[in-house]
Design a protein around this ligand. Structure first.
Ligand code: G4P
Length: 540
């Protein structure tokens, strides 16, 4: 995979300088198999950013299967370069952030979505809204992230466009505004009518189904349509397309930007239909970098000081170098190599000697990154998820939560001589956000918490491969963990003392109460009304 050479130069002569191009920072959300990998590839191809067909796809395939996931994760270099894909189209730089491909909902996905300004929701035309799509959509809604919907696989038999639109509107409680209309789905697919630009992209069905001629039209009634596609396809396009125009709201930029309306594009990622149009919508209407929630006030992308936050930490990307890279979303200012910033969590300055950008497979030294860009900062454990970096002033980005785990396990070590390595590995992975780690107030057996079973597999494999530690899990006596807080420090102290045997600290030394089951949790909530038992903890 290579990138347009003008993107790689920091400020190429003759074009809009890299640092002054507009940015669109987005992610693709979908249920597995809806076509996220294929669409990623198609977008990169449409923008001229990949030259070898099948590259992204090949990686996606390897990542998808559960057992293969481990293999791909061993090749850390590959998994990380697909975390961020930057490509240029015209005077716009697109930063596409990958969300993990596996089925378990993970915090990693949530955090990645805190770093984007917009999301593409891919729906399989034969399946409609599937569970994972819905979950991810809810995460976007929490943050009012605007959504562009791509209804994929119209070249295959599927549900009717009306049924799909109505389902999106009903299930997600969103206004839907179709931006194009297929002549039909599957065997009846002869082209896509562009409702924005008034024109028909004819499907050439002479050998497979590929994009053919583009016919500019006055309207959907234009007689040119009748000569381009079969008569019954033209009739159904007029009838259904006309009805769609009359029945669904027209595109409203403000409603879209507020997350109340989704423009819907029908297409086929595999065959290249609707992809250009998707890029057009992102370019024309997709939000530029947005103000980010922070204390004491949101940070505007137009501010001149450099600010950013860490939304992901990946350790040991290169097994030979035991490195760690913190992924930082730039929120304002301009990053220059060597500049000094402060990590506000610890109040200490650090110099950005080797910030990197992830241009496809290559890591390059970042220079001139601006709001909306993602840079990697190599470090030895000083940067954690949720950390704020700022050139000057007092600011802390908010809104990166930790979720209380749903599965708690005690860890047992195969080789007792490896306690040190185990503790280091567990601490590293807790800081990466792969697991939650609880150190009980009494006793020395640490407890790990995860949201999905897959995280336990990841933990076991990574400790083995990266730290040489064979780890077993044992049932824990606890099922529920909650962070505890109170406005009354004396009350909090009393609770902690009376329940000392159930108290623990998380990896950041914040007190957590471990409970045997939901019943005990309910009882404690009743008995201690002055205490907040929280399932979510903001990192910053
Ligand atoms: P994912 O990343 O969301 O999990 O999905 P992915 O892109 O891997 O696509 C899942 C399957 O759907 C793939 O088929 C892919 O080729 C197919 N697909 C994606 N987009 C389209 C489309 O527009 N039309 C049609 N007809 N199929 C599409 P597969 O059988 O799993 O893989 P392969 O053997 O085709 O490579």
């Amino acid at each position: 995979m290579t990138l347009d050479s003008s993107v790689r130069e920091s400020d190429p002569a003759g074009t809009v300088p890299f640092s002054r191009m507009e940015r669109r920072t987005f992610a693709i959300i979908s249920h597995p198999d809806a076509g996220k990998t294929t669409l990623t590839e198609s977008l990169l191809q449409a923008a001229g950013a990949v030259h070898e067909a099948g590259e992204v796809k090949a990686r996606g395939d390897r990542r998808r299967a559960r057992s293969d996931w481990m293999k791909i994760e061993q090749q850390r270099g590959i998994s990380v370069t697909s975390s961020v894909m930057t490509f240029q189209r015209g005077d716009i730089l697109f930063n596409l952030l990958d969300t993990p491909g596996h089925q378990d909902f993970s915090e990693d996905t949530y955090r990645t979505l805190t770093a984007v300004d917009c999301a593409i929701m891919v729906i399989d035309a034969a399946k409609g809204i599937e569970p994972q799509t819905r979950k991810l959509f809810e995460v976007c809604r929490l943050r009012n992230v605007p959504i562009v919907t791509f209804v994929n696989k119209v070249d295959r038999e599927g549900l009717s466009p009306f049924a799909l639109l109505d389902e999106i509107a009903e299930v997600l409680q969103l206004d839907v505004s179709p931006q194009n209309w297929p002549t039909g789905i599957g065997g009846l697919f002869h082209g896509l009518y562009d409702l924005r630009r008034s024109g028909l992209l004819v499907a050439d069905r002479s050998d497979g189904v590929v994009p053919g001629r583009w016919i500019a039209t006055e309207s959907i009634e234009d007689p040119a349509i009748d000569t381009a596609i079969p008569v019954d396809a033209a009739e159904s396009l007029r009838e259904d397309g006309g009805l769609a125009l009359a029945s669904y709201p027209t595109f409203d930029l403000e409603a879209f930007r507020q997350g109340d309306l989704t423009p819907v594009i029908f297409g086929s990622a595999l065959r290249g239909f609707g992809v250009e149009q998707l890029l057009d919508v992102l370019a024309d209407d997709g939000p530029p970098p947005q103000p980010q929630p922070a204390r004491p006030a949101p940070v505007d992308p137009g501010e001149s000081r450099l600010t950013g936050f860490v939304f992901k930490v990946q350790a040991n990307m290169d097994p030979n170098h035991r490195d760690r890279v913190a992924f930082v979303r730039i929120c304002s200012g301009k990053l220059e190599r060597g500049m000094k910033v402060t990590n506000t969590r610890i109040g200490k300055p650090m110099a950005l000697h080797n910030p990197i950008t992830f241009f496809a497979r290559d890591r390059e030294l970042a220079h001139g990154a601006v709001a909306g860009d993602i840079v990697g900062i190599p470090n030895h454990g000083t940067l954690r998820v949720g950390d704020t970096l700022t050139e000057k002033g007092d600011v802390t980005f908010t809104g990166l939560p930790d979720f209380a785990p749903e599965i708690l396990r005690r860890v047992r070590l195969g080789d007792p001589l490896k306690v040190k390595q185990m503790r280091r590995g567990l601490s590293d992975l807790a800081e990466e956000g792969v697991i939650r780690l609880f150190k009980p107030a009494l006793g020395s057996q640490w407890i790990v918490g995860v949201i999905g079973e897959l995280q336990l597999d990841v933990l076991q494999t990574r400790l083995d491969q990266e730290y040489g530690v064979a780890l077993e899990f044992e049932p824990s006596p606890y099922e529920v963990a909650r962070w505890i807080k109170s406005d009354d420090p004396a009350l909090l102290k009393k609770l902690m003392e009376t329940h000392r045997s159930s108290m623990a600290e998380d990896q950041d030394e914040v007190p957590v109460l471990l409970m045997r089951n939901g019943w005990e949790f309910g009882r404690l909530q009743e008995e201690w009304p002055g205490i907040t038992f929280s399932a979510v903890r903001e990192r910053s």
